[in-house]
Design a protein around this ligand. Structure first.
Ligand SMILES: [Fe+2]
Ligand SMILES: [Fe+2]
Length: 261
């Protein structure tokens, strides 16, 4: 049960959070297997907790732990590609497609366009905090180091203006974080290191092409980038995530986010 529930219990009715918990419990019973939540998922609700295997088995007699795909999620092909993750695992792709379209129309090199297309994949599929670092590691084995380095560095660069490229501190950030927000020292240090890096401009171009004001009417399509992905993203023959690269486990976690182990 949640510790921080809006606990206005009137006349013995369950609270909102109790109802949510009960619904979740009910949905779990409908499934053939026992679905588990990683601790991180609960932390976002302010809870640090996990249920042990035996406790879950006791609550779900006759069922085994889920050790494969989650039937509630879109089915992924046997050998998934980056495009499949775009279609079946990314919660939203319009920001990425708009940024990449902007870069494409600006006549930038394919590596810059790809960096724009992938710069926020961690946000839309995985983890928000430090998304540049996560995103960079996810793609590192499959792209030119210029692309993954730029995705990592945009995490820091987006907080610092660069007049020479016309990049200002985004108004959106003032709205999102308040006027007094200051990036942490590790971000400041990352920015200083990035300034002198040979791929600085690629990372900066991610920021320049980052579309902060989402336009719901912009026409964008993943089809425009299939060839660029084909030429610049090394698709493993076993399927993305089913290979043995240093980041394959991250993709597998997206394939099977509710596996017990
Ligand atoms: Fe970003
Ligand atoms: Fe972005």
């Amino acid at each position: 049960m949640s510790g921080l529930a809006p606990a206005q219990r009137s006349n013995g009715q369950p609270t909102l959070s109790e109802r949510a918990d009960a619904l979740e419990e009910h949905m779990m019973h409908e499934l053939e297997h026992i679905v588990t939540r990683s601790v991180l998922f609960g932390m976002a609700d302010g809870k640090i907790q996990m249920e042990s295997g035996p406790a879950l088995m006791a609550k779900n007699p006759g069922k085994y732990m889920l050790m494969g795909e989650d039937p509630r999620l879109p089915k992924m092909p046997e050998k998934p590609t980056l495009i499949d993750y775009f279609r079946c695992r990314f919660a939203s792709t319009s920001h990425l497609l708009q940024s990449a379209t902007h870069a494409l129309k600006g006549g930038h090199r394919e590596k810059v366009v790809l960096a724009c297309l992938l710069h926020d994949i961690a946000v839309v599929s995985f983890i928000r905090c430090d998304h540049g670092y996560w995103g960079a590691q996810m793609i590192e084995p499959y792209v030119d180091e210029e692309v993954s380095w730029a995705v990592k560095a945009h995490q820091a660069l987006r907080f610092f203006p660069d007049e020479s490229t016309g990049y200002k501190y985004p108004d959106m950030y003032v709205k999102l974080f308040g006027p007094d927000y200051q990036p942490e020292p590790y971000i400041v240090e990352e920015y200083k290191r990035a300034r002198n890096h040979k791929h600085y401009m690629t990372a900066r171009l991610i920021c320049v092409n980052d579309i902060y004001s989402f336009d719901p009417n912009a026409k964008v399509s993943l089809d425009d980038f299939v060839d660029i992905i084909g030429r610049n993203f090394k698709q493993p023959k076993e399927g993305l995530g089913l290979d043995s690269s240093p980041s394959a486990h991250m993709w597998r976690t997206m394939l099977w986010p509710s596996r017990f182990l």
